[in-house]
Design a protein. Sequence first.
Lengths: 584, 606
Amino acid sequence: MKNVNIKINGMDFEVPSNYTVLEACKKANIDIPTLCYLKEINETGACRMCVVEVEGARSLQASCVLKVREGMNVKTNTKRVINSRTTTLELLLANHNKDCLKCNRNGKCELQDLSERFHIRDIYFDSFEKRTPHYDDSSVSIVRDQSKCILCGRCVSACQKVAGMGILTYINRGFEAVVGTGFNYKLEEAGCIYCGQCINVCPVGALKEKSHIDQVWDAINNPNVHVVVQTAPAVRASIGEEFGLEMGTRATGKMVAAIKRLGVDKVFDTNFAADLTIMEEGYELLDRIQNNGVLPMLTSCSPGWIRLIEQYYPEFIHNLSSCKSPHQMFGAIIKSYYAEKANIDPKDIFVVSVMPCSAKKSEMNRDEMEVNGLRDVDAVLTTREISNIIREAGIRFNELEDEEFDNPLGEYSGAGVIFGATGGVMEAALRTVADILENKDLDDFEYNNVRGIEGIKEASIELGGKTVNIAVAHGGENAKKLMDMIKSGEKEYHFVEIMGCSGGCVNGGGQPYVKASIRNSGVDIRLARAKALYEEDEIKQVRKSHQNKQIQLLYKEFLEKPNSHKSHELLHTHYKKQEIFPIS
Amino acid sequence: MQIYRSHVLICGGTGCTSSKSLLIKDEMISELKRLGIHNEVQVVMTGCFGLCEQGPIMIVYPEGTFYSKVKISDVKRIAEEHLLKGRIVKDLLYYEALEDEIVKSVEEVDFYSKQMRIALSNCGVIDPENIDEYIAFDGYQALIKALTEMNPEQVIDELKISGLRGRGGAGFPTGLKWEFAASYKDDEKYVCCNADEGDPGAFMDRSILEGTPHSVLEAMTIAGYATGANKGYIYVRAEYPIAVSRLEIAIKQAKEYGLLGDNILDTGFDFDIEIRLGAGAFVCGEETALIESIEGKRGMPRTKPPFPAEKGIWGKPTLINNVETFANIPAIILKGGKWFSSIGIPDSKGTKVFALGGKITNTGLVEIPMGTTLRQVIYDIGGGCPDNKKFKAVQTGGPSGGCLTSEHLDTPIGYDNLVKLGSMMGSGGMIVMDEDNCMVDIARYFLDFTCDESCGKCTPCREGTKRLKELLDRICTGKGTLEDLSRLEELAYYIQDNSLCNLGQSAPNPVISTLKHFRDEYLAHVIDKKCPTGVCKDLLQYFITDRCLGCGSCARVCPKDCITPTGEIISEKTGKRRFVIDNSKCIKCGACIQACPPKVSAIVRQ
């Protein structure tokens, strides 16, 4: 890439010719404010926060989308520029519900940051008309609050380009424009998969998960309730960010210590259930391959993906593994096996799942997710919510010594940990299935060709003398691409892993907010967090699910064998077609 | 070929059609049959004549007799008297076509004699649904010349020599635009005709499409040849059904004649045209929003660069020109760029079509050479303000343009001249205002339009135009403060400087130009709480003077019961009292003024 010479505020700089003015200024250590800009996702130049003066241009230019040119003369801090940015902010704030003290983004809001940076003290148009507020909490996962929306379009682009779904769009025009769904249907009915990528990119409090914090505090404070918390693999890879630790820091021990200090009764690891899932799913796959079952078998751990297939590919419902997702399995085991062992009435147990996911909130509410009238899981907290609770309780997260999960359901293999990254479930399953077919403890069990963030990964693997074709996809767009190829017959596989979120659970819709300034700096959130999981896998003694001693004990004492009658009762489920845009 | 002694041209444009001109045409045909002269007189449905105010229009050739406001019941007389007996029906003539008992032909009346028609040359002359008539008027000669005698560079050079600038608004040099589009190489390229005419009151594009659709097809095909594109799109509003249907007919006929489609005129050049209907969003006239809409997305502008010439429809190099721009091109190719550049003034060549509207006698379409002064257009062609009212301002460039005053009337019309004065050419709207118009109210009216039509994408346009409008609302209703006025001005310049596309950048123009030329009117609203023209109802107050005889007519009609008798007895004999209006309750409906006996006229409005 050749370089060009440009002038910024009178100083000379040499920058690569593919840079935008925004990037060039950053290189010159000038931080131009942005709101709508998300590199490669939302490059629309719409909010006009990033305007700069360019010599020769009649009007101010949006630096986020303007490429540098040889000899360009840019000014970033003239009175004209500063006044414009301030006016833009004032206009946005005048039409924004400023209940900042009560907002879930208080202290983490990009608009608030800018308001502080430009020391907004007076908003002339504050008493003028406001957009008609619209508050949609009809969904069990995602809450939308139009009164906070600043129309930056980041959610619209994320839904389109990150999630590949295109559920959110602009409706109406001008001042009346809002972000909404087709025909203004509720999210529930508009084809949304609840992946929550929109929440992750929202700069303000216009999008959030439906909170379960109150229910959890109530349970903790009720002496008659036995509160069991389980944490998903991807949470440990990201929770540190909530407390100022560097992205990709593995905070398993601190997380356990913090949750224990909330006054819950037990803290277990969903990884245990991930191992259990591998046992059930692995044997289900073997059964399908050996007995001419429906193939390809599709994984069923991601509730976003389940909503996608139920709405868009209902004809493939029988291809889905009948396994519940790990935390649902775990809920069922806690309220049966664990209750029995600990001699607690399962009715008194309250299971809290700490998840990186917004769709899990919808999953736990599915009719099928109960056994004998007892809900598998009673509350789902996102990584953000558990962090809020920890802060609320005044626990000094960073100062905590590492602590271990409780037993007897706290042990897990490395295979369970990597569930949180795309390709992880596939790799974990292959580790177990290969051993079973070869009938030995194979040394070569790292499947690097299913790791990484390539959209669709494929491999053919020799297992017990048979070639097994596998594929891995993540994010709605890749999922749809892969399903279309399977549908048309272009591709034939035995086993396919699909995750609703791009990058898998590490990039789930319940994960810590990452400010646009960090997202735009070139860091890949998916890779940084996944690294923490693969590290934990590497240091684990046991790295294959079937070698987890407590899993072996669970089968011996309770379930008998994978896919047993009891397993099916507790750990398996079924799916059904969901109507999109139903006409009532 | 059948030879006729007379031709009856009846306008089939949208305006005249809505006044039943097609029924008039049918009636004429049956009358001619009844009289047995249907083989001697041909009836032709044409495109728009431009003087829509006077429609339905009927012209009889060879005399050029100009009948206006023709009714179905008039047809019998015209057929019997004029066409059978050769006696012109004088009382049905356009009022200006009869001076001192001398009948003037259509070419001689002021409205037409002062115009110069290039883009509109076929409108009102040929039957737009008959390709043979277009060909008879040199149609497709330019395409033949371009394809067989010129290479693409020569075509572009000719355009550059002509000095033609885009007629859609911005006035970018057309030849240069073609050159840019030609310079980007790609396996797919497009030519696009922007027929998303959106300015309120402007209808030149519609008239061209309705009156001479082949001109546009021919020019687009030439553009395809010059820029290396094989596919064209015409983006036209669905509210233009006649234009759409004539385009469809024209495309079909051109294909049948081998003038469109594969291997045009056996030259090996392929070019196809597809029509895309727009749903009527004003912003879709902005070229990048138009592209989004063609691609099936919501019409919202993209940032530029990249310009459409580099990345346009489906991300491919695309040339986009407006209808009127295209309509000039066959003549330029045929007669030469030099000929075209001999018309007009240095920075603006050729002619421009304007849609005259507002407080003007001759509402309609006029095509004039660049350099004609505003005064000539408004007075000589347009006939000035009706009812001898005093001219106050003219708004050029549609809702995004600015208002000019009487001191600007002698400005020669041209792109740069209008911009210098704070207005613009735009697509050619020209709205005249007289002494009765309140300029603050006018600014509010235009803001209301752009505010409604903002797509909502960028902050300055979405939020800013709304606040401008609210500020104007405050001022017009007497709630405005001096601080509001200074905010209004600041915000207007901010929106101009910060908006993403031209809609937002030009939306404040009506505010800026009226503030510049009519600041005293703003101050009257803000400081004196008075609207000098009486347009802003909220600033009016009604009073009953001592002329009141106490009849009570006003009190009986007042819908708010805010007129009551005072203690002041007017006549000892009758004991009648003078009435008074409680202005805190008055809604300024004016019913009391109507009710007050004219001889008394005791109620005044200030």
